[in-house]
Design a protein around this ligand. Structure first.
Ligand SMILES: *Cc1c(COP(=O)(O)O)cnc(C)c1O
Length: 231
């Protein structure tokens, strides 16, 4: 069995290798370690191996790890669905949130972000492949939502996040990620100052980097298969 440190090293190498053919600087792609369903000890091991940014899907689970790991320099990212009654916990405890897909959620986060903390860093989740039951703003509504969110105090709109359906092959994965990149370019061309494309996971990070991802969210390739919950 490989250790978390070894897995991190091989994920970093994968990112590096994906940047070369794409003509991109490896430093242009951040690695977010997705630690849902992992115990605090696993996160501590990853921190020991140089990882600082962690993504969590479930707010309560994240809060208990934050309490256990408060002595470590961790940047916490919320990447899961946000119910209205959880916005305050997100606003008070996370540095980033990737899963904003409604103005109402953004307004609550803006109102509830404590003034003594830096702005909450926000990505809008886009439903890029159109599953009707899926979270995410529809691509055609993303520009309007982005303009509204960008105007809110105490939030810093950074970019877009997607969770596409698993692709059949590299080309198909690239095609979906490129649709997100094109949308990102449209938003930038409209005058929004965005720098983050949060896309790519354990299976498809190469395709995501090829298509312009600036932040890959990697769970199982670092921590191994998740016990229990699959999402
Ligand atoms: C679980 C999850 C990931 C990581 O998935 P892996 O396939 O384990 O790399 C990334 N992003 C989101 C939103 C997730 O829920």
């Amino acid at each position: 069995m490989t250790t978390i440190g070894e897995n991190l090293e091989s994920v970093r190498k994968r990112i590096h290798a994906a940047c070369l053919p794409a003509g991109r600087e490896p430093t242009a792609v951040r690695l977010l370690a997705v630690s849902k369903a992992q115990g605090a000890d696993a996160l501590a091991q990853a921190v020991g191996a140089g990882q600082t940014a962690f993504g969590e899907n479930y707010i309560q689970e994240a809060l208990s790890k934050m309490a256990l790991l408060q002595h470590l320099p961790i940047e916490w990212h919320c990447i899961g669905p946000i119910q209205s009654n959880k916005t305050r916990l997100v606003a008070e405890n996370f540095a980033w949130v990737h899963s904003v897909d409604r103005l109402k959620t953004a307004q609550r986060l803006s109102e509830q972000r404590p003034a003594h903390l830096p702005d909450l860093q926000v990505c809008l989740q886009v439903n890029i492949d159109g599953g009707t039951s899926k979270a995410g703003v529809a691509p055609q509504d993303a520009l309007m939502l982005a303009q509204q969110v960008a105007a809110l105090p105490r939030l810093a709109l950074r970019g877009l996040m997607t969770i596409p359906e698993p692709a059949e092959d590299f080309a198909q994965a690239c095609a979906v990620h490129e649709r997100t990149r094109v949308l990102f370019d449209v938003l930038c061309a409209s005058g929004l100052r965005l720098d983050t494309l949060s896309m790519g996971m354990s299976e498809d990070l190469e395709a995501a980097v090829q298509s312009g991802s600036t932040l890959v969210r990697v769970g199982s390739a670092i921590f191994g298969a998740r016990p229990g919950r699959s999402q």
